[in-house]
Design a protein around this ligand. Structure first.
Ligand SMILES: Nc1ncnc2c1ncn2[C@@H]1O[C@H](COP(=O)(O)OP(=O)(O)OP(=O)(O)O)[C@@H](O)[C@H]1O
Ligand SMILES: [Mg+2]
Length: 249
């Protein structure tokens, strides 16, 4: 993942020298301390660490939702830190997908229109074949005409995942995407996310507190005090739990 041997083009997202602090003087918090990180294409990575270790700050900076103080962030060959507001909006719309803990669906329109929304906003038509592939993979075909309130939590989150995958973004970011789901539904959404890396070549980066959720990832990055302090390959619930416990020591 962070292997030095991969050519740069094998990374969907990479960042170098990322720093971010909040507050001043006595209230100053260094949320990111010169973070270097690279996420290989078509991989599912979970970011874990104690509360306050900088996970959300890292993800929000990588996704262009927050601005780092310094450093570079390369997505699709372009440095996010050098883009103006319009370019950044375009980049977020076309190259980045999001799945949040609260599903963030538009309540007044049906599932199909929610899934198509990013493309409609960009004034683009969708690739029907890809749309069919995504909704069948996510088991949403018979739910497309339902509005969000007519769907279960798991179905709503699957709609959010479909919306994120439909634009074939360079990367999908998830912040606790299964945090509001029961464990069975969460497992379903996670295995679909994993399938999208295996079968659709999607790159996924997810922040989670849950070792069970992290065990669906190919790699776990461990954060502490604003730095990346470790990495696990092919994580299991046991290895993740053990690594988190040793971080807390
Ligand atoms: N808007 C803000 N203003 C001031 N400090 C902030 C702000 N956002 C985050 N911080 C601080 O930056 C540090 C990193 O926060 P961050 O939200 O990235 O942590 P996290 O790892 O996502 O934690 P959690 O697991 O609790 O979500 C924390 O010390 C936090 O208090
Ligand atoms: Mg957080």
């Amino acid at each position: 993942m962070t292997s030095e041997t991969l050519p740069l083009t094998e990374y969907a997202v990479s960042a170098r020298g990322l720093t971010k602090s909040y507050g001043h003087d006595s209230t100053r918090v260094e949320a990111l301390r010169t973070v270097d990180v690279a996420f290989a294409r078509s991989r599912f990575t979970a970011i874990m660490g104690p509360s306050g270790s900088g996970k959300s700050t890292l993800m929000h900076c990588l996704a262009g939702l927050d601005t780092a103080d310094a450093g570079e962030i390369i997505i699709g060959g372009r440095d996010l830190m050098t883009l103006n507001d319009d370019e950044l909006t375009m980049m977020r719309r076309e190259q980045i997908g999001f799945v949040f803990q609260s599903f963030n669906l538009v309540p007044t329109i049906n599932a199909k229109d929610n899934i198509l929304l990013p493309l409609s906003l960009a004034g683009k038509s969708h690739d029907r074949e890809w749309f069919n592939t995504v909704i069948d993979a996510l088991g949403l075909r018979d739910r497309l005409s339902h509005k969000p309130h007519e769907l279960s939590g798991g179905q709503q989150q699957r709609v959010a995942v479909a919306r994120a995958l439909l634009t074939r973004p360079e990367v999908v970011f998830g912040d606790e995407p299964t945090g509001n789901l029961d464990s069975r539904t969460g497992a379903e959404v996670l295995s679909l996310m994993r399938t999208s890396t295996r079968e659709m070549g999607q790159t996924i980066i997810m922040v989670t507190h849950d070792p069970a959720a992290a065990s669906y990832a190919d790699t776990v990055l461990l954060m502490k005090d604003g730095s990346i302090v470790g990495q696990l390959e092919n994580p299991t619930v046991a290895t993740v739990t053990e690594a988190l416990a040793s971080l807390a020591e």
